[in-house]
Ligand binder design. Structure first.
Ligand code: F6R
Length: 248
């Protein structure tokens, strides 16, 4: 496990974007990216947009799988994660949108749709690099505390804490979706490489629990301690709870 502490969000975005771009260059085949939404990865996507304009990164054969989507929001809803990805990344880089996948929050048969999502990831050869944020309660994707560490893509109920955190993006509390489709912790752990980004004082406890706490379903991100290729890129304010020296 590598822990990198940077001064601010812009430095975090640049570091993360370059880390993944370097891995993309090593692989001479369609590259499979796992992507997250939320405020945290926005500087990473902004850095990729700028690199793409300068010809420093090529998304033409990249395949993407997003971690999660709200149940009941159409892809055209401005708070859906599909909309977010188009707006922050896909509309501004040379990606083929047909190669971008987000769980279907409108699926009639959610179970079949989740199994098909897992099968599609497998058919593409698995995820090369998975981007993660972390919830203030330690969730990764929408695997809330109490999720099985081996869980797969499925429908989950969001906790009151997450609904409150996400309400900042909606007109009122009642508009915030109460459930989502999410990749499982087991799905995330299958990625070859993982990078978790965190920023802000409200993530201090979750970050410390994830990196230095016990591996427990009470902090889903702590499962990352079992992964051989995981990097945490943290801004200074999110890293203040760390006490140990992290070497690899
Ligand atoms: C989003 C996701 C979530 C967020 C987390 C942090 O796709 O998987 O786990 O990463 O809720 O959200 P922000 O970055 O908005 O603080």
């Amino acid at each position: 496990m590598k822990v990198i502490v940077v001064k601010d969000k812009k430095a975090m975005g640049k570091k993360g974007a370059e880390l993944i771009a370097a891995d993309m260059k090593k692989k001479d085949r369609p590259y499979v990216l796992g992507l997250a939404t939320g405020s945290t990865p926005e500087p990473v996507y902004a850095a990729w947009v700028s690199m793409c304009k300068k010809g420093q990164i090529d998304f033409s054969t990249v395949i993407t799988f997003n971690l999660d989507e709200y149940v009941g929001l159409k892809p055209t809803h401005d708070q859906s994660y599909r909309y977010f990805m188009n707006d922050k990344l896909f509309n501004h880089v040379n990606i083929n949108k047909k190669n971008t996948f987000v769980p279907d929050g409108m699926a009639r048969d959610i179970e079949t749709s989740c199994a098909a999502y897992e099968a599609k990831i497998d058919a593409c050869g698995g995820i090369d690099y998975q981007v993660l944020g972390i919830g203030s309660n330690g969730h990764i994707a929408f695997n809330e505390p109490g999720s099985s560490l081996g869980s797969r893509t499925r429908k989950v109920k969001l906790t009151a804490n997450t609904i409150k955190d996400n309400s900042r993006f909606f007109k009122s509390m009642k508009d915030v979706p109460k459930s989502a489709i999410t990749m499982g912790i087991g799905t995330v752990l299958d990625a070859e490489n993982i990078v978790l980004f965190a920023t802000g004082a409200n993530k201090v406890k979750a970050v410390a629990d994830a990196i230095e706490g016990p591996i427990t379903a009470s902090c889903p991100a702590s499962a990352l301690q079992t992964h051989p290729n995981v990097t945490f890129i943290l801004t200074k304010d999110a890293a203040t709870g760390l006490k140990l020296m992290h070497q690899s």
